[in-house]
Design a protein around this ligand. Sequence first.
Ligand code: TYM
Length: 336
Amino acid sequence: METTEQKKRIFSGIQPSGIITLGNYLGAVKNWVNLQDEYDCLYCIVDMHALTVRQDPAKLRQNTMSLAALYIACGLDPVKNIIYIQSHVPAHAELSWILNTFTYMGELNRMTQFKEKALKHADNINAGLFTYPVLMAADILLYQADLVPVGEDQRQHIEITRDIAVRFNNIYGDVFKIPTGFIPRAGARIMSLQEPDKKMSKSSEDANSYISMLDDPKVIVNKVKRAVTDSDCVVKYDPENKPGISNLMNIYSCFTDKTYEEIEKEFEGKGYGDFKLAVGECAADNISAIQTEYNKIIKDKAYLEELFRSGAERADRIARKTLSKVQKKVGFVMKQ
Ligand code: TYM
């Protein structure tokens, strides 16, 4: 049956502040792949956000290319979806400035990610780190996104985006669509393999704490083998008392679609060794298939450059419409 109904729009992004981890994959990209047919999607590489922590320029460029290649290797179709680099669409910075004037210091002060990053980078608590959520709000609101698929750690940023949008609409009328966060049931919070009470992070200094999507499969198996667990040798889902084992069960469940009960049954009477090997091999097999695709794409610089050009052009067209509307509303004289 033909339908004339417009698809709902999705916006999401990842910082190229390192090579993405299994946490980014299970919390975000894997779900994006499942949404690409049903929704009209934009997937951004948010390089401007990455600058809030000091970056090595050559590495940032390399990580940006790698992230684009990984998006596609993980299964995102670059024709169906708009894949682009944030800094290629100036409307993000322009709207962000305007929205800064509709955001309160008190609101930004409450952001837990700011507090955590300020502690971690005490020598570089820059204004960009503080206003980071406003740029994120601009990203989302520019495209009138209905849904924003992210991991659990971004929940507060989606909330502030909604607050800013509602505040603006209350003054100027219906300018922004109010977006909703779309946080997956499983995989929304993959924890560090070494400190299972902390989230897995691509910017961690301990390489054993995360699985990089470009880790050698053998390294992946070893990292899981070395993951911190407990000593009672029962595979049981209990995040409070058994955070390490519960995290590995979460990972295993994401790849196999098995429930926690099914996993508990599968490993009943078996030691952690068998369980860790199964999780490690399962992650390694899935990631290795993605790497085969990645290795083809990353070599083709011309292809990636064309992808960036066309992605930015498509994104810019949508973003400009919202930006002009906002500029008119706030009273700017429009450039003829
Ligand atoms: P970033 O780059 O830290 O992470 C990208 C995505 O991965 C998810 N994620 C995780 N999910 C599960 N377990 C983990 N351990 C884990 N670590 C990260 C994040 O929740 C996110 O979905 N501020 C964003 C980037 C951003 C953005 C946006 C997102 C900028 N503008 C607009 C959505 C819409 C960030 O730092 O993500």
